[in-house]
Design a protein around this ligand. Sequence first.
Ligand SMILES: Nc1ncnc2c1ncn2[C@@H]1O[C@H](COP(=O)(O)OP(=O)(O)OP(=O)(O)O)[C@@H](O)[C@H]1O
Ligand SMILES: Nc1nc2c(c(=O)[nH]1)N=C(CO)CN2
Length: 381
Amino acid sequence: MKKSGIHIARHACLYETEPAYVTDQPRFLNSAVRGVTKLGPHELLGVLKKIEKDLGRTDGIRYGPRPIDLDILFYGKFKISSEILTVPHERIWERPFVMAPMMDLIGSSIDSDTVARWHDLSVHSGGLFESWEKLGGESLIGKDGLKRVLLVGNRLWDWSERTFVMGILNLTPDSFSDRGKFQSVDAAVSQAHFMISEGADIIDLGAQSTRPMAPSVSAEEELDRLIPVLEAVLKMPEAEGKLLSVDTFYSEVASEGVSKGAHLINDVSGGQLDSKMHSVVARLQVPYVTMHMRGDPSTMQNSKNLQYDDVCKQVGSELYLRARDAEIAGIPAWRVIIDPGIGFSKNTEQNLDILMGLSTIRAEIARKSSGLSHAPLLIGP
Ligand SMILES: Nc1ncnc2c1ncn2[C@@H]1O[C@H](COP(=O)(O)OP(=O)(O)OP(=O)(O)O)[C@@H](O)[C@H]1O
Ligand SMILES: Nc1nc2c(c(=O)[nH]1)N=C(CO)CN2
Protein backbone atom coordinates (compact mmCIF):
# COMPACT_ATOMS: atom_id res chain seq x y z
CA MET A 1 0.00 0.00 0.00
CA LYS A 2 2.79 2.41 0.97
CA LYS A 3 4.50 1.90 -2.41
CA SER A 4 1.22 2.83 -4.08
CA GLY A 5 0.90 6.09 -2.12
CA ILE A 6 -1.51 4.88 0.58
CA HIS A 7 -0.30 5.42 4.16
CA ILE A 8 -2.18 3.29 6.67
CA ALA A 9 -2.71 4.99 10.02
CA ARG A 10 -5.21 2.72 11.74
CA HIS A 11 -6.24 -0.91 11.63
CA ALA A 12 -9.33 -2.74 12.80
CA CYS A 13 -9.25 -6.20 14.35
CA LEU A 14 -9.11 -9.21 12.06
CA TYR A 15 -12.36 -11.19 11.72
CA GLU A 16 -12.98 -14.71 10.51
CA THR A 17 -16.46 -14.56 8.99
CA GLU A 18 -19.03 -16.85 7.49
CA PRO A 19 -19.47 -16.32 3.75
CA ALA A 20 -22.41 -14.10 2.86
CA TYR A 21 -24.50 -14.18 -0.38
CA VAL A 22 -22.80 -17.29 -1.83
CA THR A 23 -22.71 -19.41 1.32
CA ASP A 24 -21.21 -22.53 -0.19
CA GLN A 25 -17.57 -21.36 -0.07
CA PRO A 26 -14.78 -21.17 2.55
CA ARG A 27 -14.80 -18.61 5.35
CA PHE A 28 -13.50 -15.10 4.73
CA LEU A 29 -11.02 -12.95 6.65
CA ASN A 30 -12.27 -9.38 6.91
CA SER A 31 -10.81 -6.19 8.26
CA ALA A 32 -10.73 -2.45 7.59
CA VAL A 33 -8.02 0.18 7.61
CA ARG A 34 -7.95 3.95 7.69
CA GLY A 35 -5.27 5.75 5.75
CA VAL A 36 -4.11 8.90 4.05
CA THR A 37 -3.47 9.34 0.34
CA LYS A 38 -3.01 12.04 -2.25
CA LEU A 39 -4.76 9.81 -4.80
CA GLY A 40 -8.17 11.01 -5.93
CA PRO A 41 -11.06 8.57 -5.38
CA HIS A 42 -11.05 7.10 -8.91
CA GLU A 43 -7.26 6.89 -8.92
CA LEU A 44 -7.48 5.10 -5.57
CA LEU A 45 -10.00 2.63 -7.00
CA GLY A 46 -7.61 1.95 -9.90
CA VAL A 47 -4.68 1.39 -7.53
CA LEU A 48 -6.75 -0.99 -5.38
CA LYS A 49 -7.80 -2.95 -8.47
CA LYS A 50 -4.12 -3.24 -9.46
CA ILE A 51 -3.16 -4.50 -5.97
CA GLU A 52 -6.00 -7.06 -6.16
CA LYS A 53 -4.71 -8.21 -9.55
CA ASP A 54 -1.10 -8.40 -8.37
CA LEU A 55 -2.28 -10.60 -5.48
CA GLY A 56 -3.88 -13.04 -7.89
CA ARG A 57 -7.48 -11.80 -8.16
CA THR A 58 -9.09 -12.90 -11.40
CA ASP A 59 -12.68 -12.54 -12.60
CA GLY A 60 -14.62 -15.14 -10.68
CA ILE A 61 -18.26 -15.67 -9.83
CA ARG A 62 -20.01 -12.67 -8.26
CA TYR A 63 -19.63 -12.86 -4.47
CA GLY A 64 -17.63 -16.07 -4.84
CA PRO A 65 -14.22 -16.98 -3.38
CA ARG A 66 -11.40 -14.56 -4.09
CA PRO A 67 -7.83 -14.16 -2.76
CA ILE A 68 -8.49 -10.48 -1.98
CA ASP A 69 -11.21 -7.87 -2.31
CA LEU A 70 -10.44 -4.22 -1.57
CA ASP A 71 -13.39 -1.85 -1.31
CA ILE A 72 -13.55 1.88 -0.55
CA LEU A 73 -15.97 2.35 2.35
CA PHE A 74 -15.57 6.11 2.87
CA TYR A 75 -13.35 8.70 1.19
CA GLY A 76 -12.80 11.62 3.58
CA LYS A 77 -16.01 13.63 3.86
CA PHE A 78 -17.05 13.01 0.25
CA LYS A 79 -20.11 11.41 -1.26
CA ILE A 80 -19.31 10.00 -4.70
CA SER A 81 -21.60 8.57 -7.28
CA SER A 82 -20.21 7.64 -10.69
CA GLU A 83 -20.69 4.69 -12.99
CA ILE A 84 -17.78 2.83 -11.45
CA LEU A 85 -17.64 4.20 -7.91
CA THR A 86 -20.19 4.72 -5.17
CA VAL A 87 -19.00 6.11 -1.83
CA PRO A 88 -20.01 5.37 0.87
CA HIS A 89 -19.95 1.78 -0.39
CA GLU A 90 -23.60 0.86 -0.99
CA ARG A 91 -23.68 -2.35 1.02
CA ILE A 92 -21.87 -1.31 4.22
CA TRP A 93 -25.11 -1.23 6.23
CA GLU A 94 -26.24 -4.78 5.56
CA ARG A 95 -22.86 -6.42 6.19
CA PRO A 96 -21.75 -7.33 9.72
CA PHE A 97 -18.41 -8.37 8.24
CA VAL A 98 -17.90 -4.74 7.14
CA MET A 99 -19.59 -2.92 10.02
CA ALA A 100 -17.65 -4.78 12.76
CA PRO A 101 -14.20 -3.73 11.51
CA MET A 102 -15.55 -0.28 10.56
CA MET A 103 -16.64 0.27 14.16
CA ASP A 104 -13.13 -0.68 15.31
CA LEU A 105 -11.72 2.27 13.39
CA ILE A 106 -13.74 4.92 15.18
CA GLY A 107 -13.66 5.58 18.88
CA SER A 108 -16.73 5.42 21.12
CA SER A 109 -16.87 9.25 20.99
CA ILE A 110 -17.10 11.27 17.77
CA ASP A 111 -13.76 13.06 17.89
CA SER A 112 -13.29 14.49 14.40
CA ASP A 113 -15.28 16.22 11.64
CA THR A 114 -14.57 13.35 9.30
CA VAL A 115 -16.00 10.74 11.66
CA ALA A 116 -19.00 13.00 12.32
CA ARG A 117 -19.58 13.09 8.56
CA TRP A 118 -19.39 9.28 8.32
CA HIS A 119 -22.12 9.10 10.95
CA ASP A 120 -24.18 11.62 8.91
CA LEU A 121 -23.72 9.55 5.76
CA SER A 122 -25.11 6.47 7.48
CA VAL A 123 -28.54 5.33 6.31
CA HIS A 124 -29.74 5.48 9.94
CA SER A 125 -30.48 8.72 11.77
CA GLY A 126 -28.49 7.50 14.79
CA GLY A 127 -25.38 7.24 12.61
CA LEU A 128 -23.01 4.29 12.42
CA PHE A 129 -23.68 3.42 16.06
CA GLU A 130 -27.35 2.78 15.21
CA SER A 131 -26.48 0.88 12.01
CA TRP A 132 -24.20 -1.41 13.97
CA GLU A 133 -26.75 -1.96 16.75
CA LYS A 134 -29.46 -2.75 14.15
CA LEU A 135 -27.29 -5.58 12.82
CA GLY A 136 -26.73 -6.96 16.33
CA GLY A 137 -23.68 -5.00 17.46
CA GLU A 138 -21.12 -6.48 19.83
CA SER A 139 -23.46 -9.42 20.58
CA LEU A 140 -22.58 -10.83 17.13
CA ILE A 141 -18.89 -11.11 17.97
CA GLY A 142 -17.47 -14.44 19.03
CA LYS A 143 -20.35 -16.39 17.46
CA ASP A 144 -19.66 -18.68 14.56
CA GLY A 145 -20.34 -16.08 11.91
CA LEU A 146 -17.99 -13.38 13.18
CA LYS A 147 -14.93 -14.09 15.29
CA ARG A 148 -12.03 -11.85 16.22
CA VAL A 149 -8.87 -13.79 15.48
CA LEU A 150 -5.13 -13.40 15.76
CA LEU A 151 -3.01 -14.73 12.93
CA VAL A 152 -0.10 -16.66 14.48
CA GLY A 153 2.18 -18.58 12.12
CA ASN A 154 -0.31 -20.13 9.72
CA ARG A 155 -3.03 -20.54 12.36
CA LEU A 156 -6.00 -18.39 13.22
CA TRP A 157 -6.26 -18.14 16.96
CA ASP A 158 -9.64 -17.32 18.53
CA TRP A 159 -8.39 -16.12 21.92
CA SER A 160 -11.93 -15.39 23.16
CA GLU A 161 -12.83 -19.10 23.30
CA ARG A 162 -11.37 -19.47 26.80
CA THR A 163 -8.54 -18.18 28.95
CA PHE A 164 -5.17 -19.31 27.61
CA VAL A 165 -2.30 -19.96 30.00
CA MET A 166 1.24 -18.67 29.47
CA GLY A 167 4.01 -20.54 31.31
CA ILE A 168 7.03 -18.37 32.10
CA LEU A 169 10.43 -19.99 31.65
CA ASN A 170 13.18 -17.76 33.01
CA LEU A 171 16.59 -18.46 31.52
CA THR A 172 18.35 -16.10 33.87
CA PRO A 173 20.77 -16.78 36.70
CA ASP A 174 19.13 -14.00 38.73
CA SER A 175 15.39 -14.56 38.30
CA PHE A 176 13.53 -13.98 41.54
CA SER A 177 10.71 -16.39 40.75
CA ASP A 178 12.73 -19.53 40.06
CA ARG A 179 16.26 -18.48 41.02
CA GLY A 180 17.95 -19.49 37.82
CA LYS A 181 17.10 -23.17 37.98
CA PHE A 182 16.57 -23.48 34.22
CA GLN A 183 19.81 -22.21 32.82
CA SER A 184 20.90 -25.56 31.43
CA VAL A 185 19.11 -26.58 28.24
CA ASP A 186 18.04 -29.94 29.72
CA ALA A 187 16.59 -28.35 32.82
CA ALA A 188 14.73 -25.76 30.72
CA VAL A 189 13.32 -28.44 28.42
CA SER A 190 12.10 -30.53 31.32
CA GLN A 191 10.40 -27.48 32.83
CA ALA A 192 8.74 -26.79 29.45
CA HIS A 193 7.49 -30.44 29.49
CA PHE A 194 6.10 -29.89 32.94
CA MET A 195 4.36 -26.63 32.05
CA ILE A 196 2.76 -28.17 28.97
CA SER A 197 1.61 -31.20 30.97
CA GLU A 198 0.04 -28.76 33.45
CA GLY A 199 -1.91 -27.09 30.62
CA ALA A 200 0.27 -24.21 29.38
CA ASP A 201 -0.78 -22.98 25.92
CA ILE A 202 2.12 -20.55 25.49
CA ILE A 203 5.69 -20.90 26.75
CA ASP A 204 7.42 -17.57 27.28
CA LEU A 205 11.21 -17.68 27.18
CA GLY A 206 12.94 -14.78 28.90
CA ALA A 207 16.69 -14.43 29.09
CA GLN A 208 16.79 -11.12 30.93
CA SER A 209 15.47 -10.60 34.44
CA THR A 210 13.12 -7.63 34.66
CA ARG A 211 12.83 -7.65 38.44
CA PRO A 212 13.44 -4.24 40.02
CA MET A 213 17.15 -3.28 39.91
CA ALA A 214 18.23 -6.41 38.03
CA PRO A 215 21.58 -5.91 36.28
CA SER A 216 21.02 -5.43 32.57
CA VAL A 217 22.18 -8.04 30.10
CA SER A 218 23.33 -7.36 26.54
CA ALA A 219 21.45 -8.61 23.48
CA GLU A 220 24.37 -11.01 22.74
CA GLU A 221 24.18 -12.55 26.17
CA GLU A 222 20.40 -12.87 25.93
CA LEU A 223 20.78 -14.65 22.61
CA ASP A 224 23.42 -17.01 24.03
CA ARG A 225 20.99 -18.05 26.76
CA LEU A 226 17.88 -18.08 24.62
CA ILE A 227 18.60 -19.70 21.27
CA PRO A 228 19.72 -23.20 22.43
CA VAL A 229 16.61 -23.49 24.64
CA LEU A 230 14.29 -22.12 21.97
CA GLU A 231 15.59 -24.65 19.44
CA ALA A 232 15.30 -27.52 21.91
CA VAL A 233 11.74 -26.62 23.00
CA LEU A 234 10.62 -26.28 19.36
CA LYS A 235 11.78 -29.87 18.76
CA MET A 236 9.67 -31.26 21.62
CA PRO A 237 6.73 -33.27 20.22
CA GLU A 238 4.43 -31.89 22.96
CA ALA A 239 5.26 -28.34 21.86
CA GLU A 240 3.40 -29.01 18.59
CA GLY A 241 0.41 -26.65 18.50
CA LYS A 242 1.73 -24.59 21.44
CA LEU A 243 2.95 -21.03 21.04
CA LEU A 244 6.46 -19.93 21.95
CA SER A 245 7.05 -16.34 22.86
CA VAL A 246 10.29 -14.48 23.45
CA ASP A 247 10.36 -11.99 26.30
CA THR A 248 12.80 -9.27 25.27
CA PHE A 249 13.09 -5.53 24.82
CA TYR A 250 15.90 -5.87 22.24
CA SER A 251 14.95 -5.80 18.55
CA GLU A 252 17.97 -7.95 17.72
CA VAL A 253 16.78 -10.71 20.07
CA ALA A 254 13.24 -10.42 18.68
CA SER A 255 14.53 -10.76 15.14
CA GLU A 256 16.81 -13.72 15.85
CA GLY A 257 14.16 -15.45 18.02
CA VAL A 258 11.52 -15.27 15.29
CA SER A 259 13.98 -16.42 12.63
CA LYS A 260 14.58 -19.53 14.78
CA GLY A 261 10.85 -20.22 15.06
CA ALA A 262 9.38 -18.17 17.96
CA HIS A 263 5.75 -17.25 17.29
CA LEU A 264 5.39 -13.96 19.14
CA ILE A 265 7.33 -11.22 20.94
CA ASN A 266 6.64 -10.15 24.50
CA ASP A 267 8.15 -6.71 25.17
CA VAL A 268 7.85 -5.41 28.75
CA SER A 269 9.08 -2.00 27.64
CA GLY A 270 6.39 -1.48 24.98
CA GLY A 271 9.12 -0.44 22.55
CA GLN A 272 10.60 2.23 24.82
CA LEU A 273 14.02 0.68 25.41
CA ASP A 274 15.01 0.00 21.79
CA SER A 275 13.94 2.50 19.13
CA LYS A 276 14.10 -0.20 16.45
CA MET A 277 11.80 -2.68 18.23
CA HIS A 278 8.51 -1.63 16.61
CA SER A 279 9.83 -1.43 13.06
CA VAL A 280 11.60 -4.79 13.43
CA VAL A 281 8.46 -6.51 14.77
CA ALA A 282 6.42 -4.87 11.98
CA ARG A 283 8.75 -6.53 9.47
CA LEU A 284 8.64 -9.89 11.29
CA GLN A 285 4.81 -9.89 11.06
CA VAL A 286 4.29 -11.68 14.37
CA PRO A 287 1.97 -10.82 17.27
CA TYR A 288 3.44 -8.29 19.69
CA VAL A 289 2.71 -8.00 23.41
CA THR A 290 3.05 -4.38 24.46
CA MET A 291 3.21 -3.90 28.22
CA HIS A 292 2.69 -0.88 30.41
CA MET A 293 5.75 0.18 32.40
CA ARG A 294 7.14 3.62 33.19
CA GLY A 295 10.91 4.00 32.89
CA ASP A 296 12.98 0.83 32.89
CA PRO A 297 13.42 -1.98 35.42
CA SER A 298 15.89 0.13 37.42
CA THR A 299 13.59 3.18 37.69
CA MET A 300 10.09 1.71 37.40
CA GLN A 301 9.46 1.57 41.18
CA ASN A 302 10.72 5.06 42.02
CA SER A 303 8.18 7.37 43.61
CA LYS A 304 7.65 9.45 40.46
CA ASN A 305 6.79 6.36 38.42
CA LEU A 306 4.31 5.19 41.06
CA GLN A 307 2.39 8.47 40.96
CA TYR A 308 -1.14 8.06 39.58
CA ASP A 309 -4.36 10.04 40.04
CA ASP A 310 -6.41 7.16 38.68
CA VAL A 311 -4.23 4.13 38.00
CA CYS A 312 -6.64 2.27 35.66
CA LYS A 313 -7.43 5.31 33.51
CA GLN A 314 -3.78 6.31 33.26
CA VAL A 315 -2.53 2.80 32.54
CA GLY A 316 -5.24 2.59 29.84
CA SER A 317 -4.27 5.87 28.19
CA GLU A 318 -0.51 5.21 28.43
CA LEU A 319 -0.96 1.68 27.09
CA TYR A 320 -2.98 3.12 24.22
CA LEU A 321 -0.02 5.37 23.36
CA ARG A 322 2.37 2.39 23.33
CA ALA A 323 0.03 0.44 21.05
CA ARG A 324 -0.46 3.53 18.89
CA ASP A 325 3.34 3.93 18.47
CA ALA A 326 3.50 0.29 17.45
CA GLU A 327 0.69 0.80 14.94
CA ILE A 328 2.31 3.89 13.41
CA ALA A 329 5.52 1.87 12.97
CA GLY A 330 3.57 -0.76 11.04
CA ILE A 331 2.38 -3.31 13.61
CA PRO A 332 -1.34 -3.55 12.85
CA ALA A 333 -3.82 -3.46 15.74
CA TRP A 334 -4.82 -7.02 14.82
CA ARG A 335 -1.35 -8.22 15.90
CA VAL A 336 -1.23 -6.34 19.21
CA ILE A 337 -1.75 -7.97 22.62
CA ILE A 338 -2.01 -5.56 25.57
CA ASP A 339 -0.63 -6.12 29.08
CA PRO A 340 -1.25 -3.62 31.92
CA GLY A 341 2.01 -4.73 33.57
CA ILE A 342 1.16 -5.99 37.06
CA GLY A 343 4.19 -5.24 39.26
CA PHE A 344 5.78 -2.84 36.78
CA SER A 345 5.58 0.78 38.02
CA LYS A 346 2.80 -0.23 40.42
CA ASN A 347 2.65 -0.86 44.15
CA THR A 348 0.50 -3.60 45.72
CA GLU A 349 -2.61 -1.45 45.97
CA GLN A 350 -2.26 -0.28 42.37
CA ASN A 351 -1.82 -3.91 41.23
CA LEU A 352 -5.09 -4.79 42.94
CA ASP A 353 -6.83 -1.77 41.42
CA ILE A 354 -5.75 -2.98 38.00
CA LEU A 355 -6.97 -6.52 38.60
CA MET A 356 -10.36 -5.10 39.58
CA GLY A 357 -10.39 -2.45 36.86
CA LEU A 358 -9.62 -4.22 33.60
CA SER A 359 -12.90 -2.98 32.09
CA THR A 360 -11.89 0.63 32.93
CA ILE A 361 -8.58 0.08 31.13
CA ARG A 362 -10.36 -1.24 28.04
CA ALA A 363 -12.91 1.63 28.19
CA GLU A 364 -10.07 4.16 28.32
CA ILE A 365 -8.43 2.62 25.25
CA ALA A 366 -11.84 2.51 23.50
CA ARG A 367 -12.13 6.31 23.79
CA LYS A 368 -9.31 6.46 21.22
CA SER A 369 -9.56 3.21 19.28
CA SER A 370 -12.21 0.52 19.54
CA GLY A 371 -9.91 -1.83 17.58
CA LEU A 372 -7.11 -1.63 20.15
CA SER A 373 -9.58 -1.85 23.03
CA HIS A 374 -10.61 -5.30 21.77
CA ALA A 375 -7.03 -6.58 21.67
CA PRO A 376 -6.34 -9.79 23.62
CA LEU A 377 -5.20 -9.01 27.16
CA LEU A 378 -2.26 -10.73 28.82
CA ILE A 379 -2.08 -10.48 32.56
CA GLY A 380 0.20 -11.92 35.20
CA PRO A 381 2.66 -11.10 37.94
N1 LIG B 1 -16.90 1.93 -3.06
C1 LIG B 1 -16.48 1.03 -3.95
N2 LIG B 1 -15.38 0.28 -3.70
C2 LIG B 1 -14.95 -0.63 -4.62
N3 LIG B 1 -15.57 -0.86 -5.80
C3 LIG B 1 -16.68 -0.15 -6.08
C4 LIG B 1 -17.17 0.83 -5.17
N4 LIG B 1 -18.28 1.39 -5.73
C5 LIG B 1 -18.46 0.81 -6.89
N5 LIG B 1 -17.52 -0.11 -7.16
C6 LIG B 1 -17.46 -0.91 -8.37
O1 LIG B 1 -17.85 -2.23 -8.09
C7 LIG B 1 -17.21 -3.07 -9.01
C8 LIG B 1 -17.19 -4.51 -8.51
O2 LIG B 1 -16.39 -4.54 -7.34
P1 LIG B 1 -15.84 -5.87 -6.75
O3 LIG B 1 -15.16 -6.66 -7.80
O4 LIG B 1 -15.06 -5.53 -5.53
O5 LIG B 1 -17.24 -6.58 -6.41
P2 LIG B 1 -17.55 -7.69 -5.40
O6 LIG B 1 -16.35 -7.94 -4.57
O7 LIG B 1 -18.12 -8.85 -6.10
O8 LIG B 1 -18.67 -7.04 -4.51
P3 LIG B 1 -18.52 -5.99 -3.35
O9 LIG B 1 -17.63 -4.91 -3.83
O10 LIG B 1 -19.94 -5.56 -3.15
O11 LIG B 1 -17.97 -6.67 -2.17
C9 LIG B 1 -15.83 -2.47 -9.13
O12 LIG B 1 -15.25 -2.76 -10.38
C10 LIG B 1 -16.07 -0.98 -8.96
O13 LIG B 1 -16.10 -0.30 -10.20
N1 LIG C 1 -18.12 -13.08 5.08
C1 LIG C 1 -17.93 -12.50 3.89
N2 LIG C 1 -18.73 -12.82 2.89
C2 LIG C 1 -18.55 -12.25 1.68
C3 LIG C 1 -17.54 -11.30 1.47
C4 LIG C 1 -16.69 -10.98 2.55
O1 LIG C 1 -15.77 -10.14 2.42
N3 LIG C 1 -16.92 -11.59 3.74
N4 LIG C 1 -17.37 -10.73 0.26
C5 LIG C 1 -18.14 -11.05 -0.74
C6 LIG C 1 -17.94 -10.41 -2.05
O2 LIG C 1 -17.78 -9.10 -1.97
C7 LIG C 1 -19.18 -12.07 -0.63
N5 LIG C 1 -19.34 -12.58 0.68
